[in-house]
Design a protein around this ligand. Structure first.
Ligand code: NAD
Ligand code: WQD
Length: 343
């Protein structure tokens, strides 16, 4: 039997990290998780262990702490790192830019530097559709020009992409893939792992499920006067398990030495624009409940529409989103019910 390959997952106790760890293990990879638990709970890793039946190694490590990171590189052998560890709240990044620049960039540069020193070749970086801003063309392809970032968070994604591109160019043994995620939503079908935002959610779907659970009284729909079919914004909502599988496809491509360039970028979305009202209607329909919502003013900083051209990921990675919006929104509600102990 072919020997398994090991992947280091930084930020692996988080929302996307846990789901990706599960899919990697299901595909035959061994996984090591590191996380400083700044936005997650250690119990999330137990969820990964429960789903997979594998006692996944987990270390509490801050990726900004070089000495601690070095010990991880000394202890475990792996070819590939998936780097999720970052702060991700756009609004908070406006108020505390230094917190974002230092955590998101320092941790990223530490990881790449350590990979270079330890001859570990492959890095997969979590980028974001936020780099496209109010895009010049829709759907956006990987060639669509990035727009100047409108938040320090968005800027850290653009800067990290550029740092990775430069490192891949300069260091012969470093290969990089940036995945630009669109709007990840939903939870694992087992409801053992999912998204658990701290405090009041910023993102639409956690606000929806918390409203359905009675934790939030009313959901605000931010604007219905956009230039879209029903006046609400259009986004590309990507199922979390599908997103996790995209990581496996990218890791396979690196592990099998199939990359055509040293640095590659892929859009990871469904290719389907969905409006806020469509999403709310689908949530109500598949879960058989009514949501309390009202239309309010636009949220500053929101773009009208963004969705992915997914041809490159479909053709080059051989990956395609599979779960329907309804299935995904059902999984989001099942997770919320489990967390809140709702029958
Ligand atoms: P998350 O907050 O659930 O997961 C990130 C994890 O990284 C958390 O567990 C946190 O504790 C950890 N972390 C943060 N800083 C760390 C550090 N210095 N050292 C060690 N661990 C650290 O977020 P997520 O939604 O899973 O996002 C994962 C990645 O994907 C992030 O880089 C995020 O910017 C990016 N991304 C997320 C979205 C989204 O909407 N969820 C969209 C595009 C890109
Ligand atoms: C989706 C739609 C809102 C909440 C953000 C980040 C982006 C990326 C993904 C990390 C918009 C509307 C929302 C609410 C609403 N993250 N909405 N009521 O803004 O597309 O993207 O998360 O990289 O960088 O900016 O996602 O879920 O906040 O909003 O009407 O209570 O839902 O206006 O149209 P967004 P979102």
């Amino acid at each position: 039997m072919e020997s398994k390959k090991r992947v280091l997952v930084s930020g692996g106790a988080g929302y996307i990290g846990t789901h990706t760890a599960v899919e990697l293990i299901n595909s035959g990879y061994e996984v090591v998780i590191i996380d400083n638990l700044s936005n997650s709970e250690a119990s999330a890793v137990d969820g990964v262990r429960q789903i997979t039946g594998v006692d996944v190694p987990f270390e509490i490590v801050d990726t900004c702490d070089k000495a601690a990171l070095k010990r991880v590189f000394e202890k475990y052998d792996f070819d590939t790192v998936i780097h999720f560890a970052a702060y991700k709240a756009v609004g908070e990044s406006m108020a505390e830019p230094l917190k974002y620049y230092s955590n998101n960039l320092e941790s990223f540069m530490n990881i790449v530097g350590m990979m270079k020193d330890f001859n570990r070749p492959n890095i997969l970086f979590s980028s974001s559709a936020t780099v496209y801003g109010e895009a010049e063309e829709l759907p956006v392809t990987e060639e669509t020009p990035r727009q100047p970032a409108t938040s320090p968070y968005g800027n850290t994604k653009q800067m990290a992409e550029d740092i990775l591109r430069d490192c891949c160019r300069a260091y012969p043994d470093i290969y990089g893939i940036a995945l630009r995620y669109f709007n990840p939503i939903g939870a694992h079908p087992s409801a053992l792992i999912g998204e658990l935002p701290r405090g009041v959610p910023n993102n639409l779907v956690p606000f929806v499920t918390q409203t359905a659970a009675g934790i939030r009284e009313c959901l605000s729909v931010f604007g219905n006067d956009y230039d879209t079919p029903d006046g609400t914004c259009l986004r590309d909502y990507i199922d979390i398990v599908d997103l996790a599988k995209a990581h496996v496809a990218a890791v396979d491509r690196m592990a099998e030495g199939k990359m055509e360039a040293k640095y590659e970028i892929f859009n990871i979305g469904t290719g389907n624009p969905v409006s806020v009202l469509e999403l709310l209607n689908t949530f109500e329909e598949v879960n058989g409940l009514k949501l309390n919502y009202k239309i309010v003013d636009r949220r500053p900083g929101d773009v009208t529409a963004v969705w992915a051209d997914t041809h490159k990921a479909n053709e080059v990675l051989g990956w395609k989103a599979e779960r329907t919006l309804g299935e995904t929104l059902k999984s989001a509600w099942e997770w919320e019910k489990r967390v809140r102990n709702i029958k």
